[in-house]
Design a protein around this ligand. Sequence first.
Ligand code: NAD
Length: 455
Amino acid sequence: MRISVIGTGYVGLVTGVCLATKGHQVICIDKQLKIVKKINRMEAPIYEPGLEELLRNVITKGTLVATTDLKSAVMNTDISIISVGTPFRDGKIDLRYIESAAQEIGNVLKEKNSYHVICVKSTVIPTTTDTLVKSILEDASGKKAGEFGLAMNPEFLREGKAVQDFMYPDRIVIGAYDKESFESMKNVYKDFFDAPILKVNLRTAEMIKYTANALLATLISYSNEVAVICEKVGKIDVKEVLEGVTLDKRFNPRVNNQLIYPGMVSYLKAGCGFGGSCFPKDVQALLAFSKELGYFPSMIQATLAINYAQPYRLIERLEEILDTLENTKIAVLGLSFKPETDDIRESPSLVIIKELLAKKAKVIGVDPIAIENTKKKFPQNELLHYSTDYKHALQEADAAILVTAWSDFTKISPQEVKKLMKIPILIDGRRVFDKSSFEAAGVQYIGVGLAEYLQ
Ligand code: NAD
């Protein structure tokens, strides 16, 4: 099929490249010329494992091209997939990019005679597609929905595993305005054999995405709430508690007498909170939208409140040990919101760095690929330095906080920490290290959800 993908950020570029790899003819459109030029030079503008290699293949084959010219792209394709950003701004979801993409497509549809399907892939609040997007398209094109197709196809990819998730989806949700829109979208995914297709209406598709993200975020916040209680009691390790809970066969079934550790169990872990471009903004948008409808969703509110507090708790634990943070030097291990991505949006490390700087600590931010993005957030601060070399950072630091579980960091041995640091103090914000072996090596180990004292 001939497909245009509008907005080539994390979702749009992965969508475009993967659909082109599956044999579709894809045109990627972005407003930013520098992104378009990079794509056409076969350079991925974002870091995502495996993406650049696939990009090279599809550009070389001629099945993908990038442009800023939306009009010619829509004219020369049968489906437009909208994957522009939907940030949370001024207390609610900001749909301005969706509106302008719909307006631009509608203007083209006015001049286009053949049938065209518009599919919203961006995460949008329920009713956006069947009210806002539909009416903008109808007004701009002078046509009625039905004369053009309308669909909503939420994206569930995870950054860091985006290519794999897109190529091997566990489900494909297609919200469709009518049968023809559904059949067109089904054709887009005709080579994704194993994935079940769930056919729903437009607003159900939108709600599925929010419900999925809010549930996963709630599992994380629930684990973090239990972690706080464990710390307050003392001598209880939240890691053991959650392991004891998730060994229940309803969480963790056995196949051939082997535990299979379903992905969901990985969200029942205490840490320094969720970040990224999706969970924080989507959960906030769902909360704001529910309030607009006259319903206060207290569980969703609590999920956000717990998450907001979590990074500060690490700083409190550090202050208990160092007394004051003023003039100390702290290595923050990991800047991206999770490993295998350069995305720092809403990363807990940003909150931690900001708080450390506010308390006049010197900070060394360590990350293999997210330093450049972080520099844009903290322009010219003499207390903040960066390094890609954790060894150098540990040598310099009075204490280290693990925030992002990059494999380079999780492999750090207790002996290495003991050797490199003057006074070895390690805060494990992801609970990836083994407390007893670090303590045996003479490292002061502090883990989320684990405290020795009774308060
Ligand atoms: P992004 O900010 O990385 O990319 C958006 C791109 O759209 C930018 O490059 C921007 O220049 C471009 N753009 C904006 N308006 C445009 C227009 N009118 N025409 C052409 N280009 C335009 O965003 P993202 O992270 O890819 O997210 C996109 C959507 O997908 C959001 O709704 C997000 O919630 C959702 N989503 C994201 C992820 C994720 O992991 N990042 C996962 C699932 C769903």
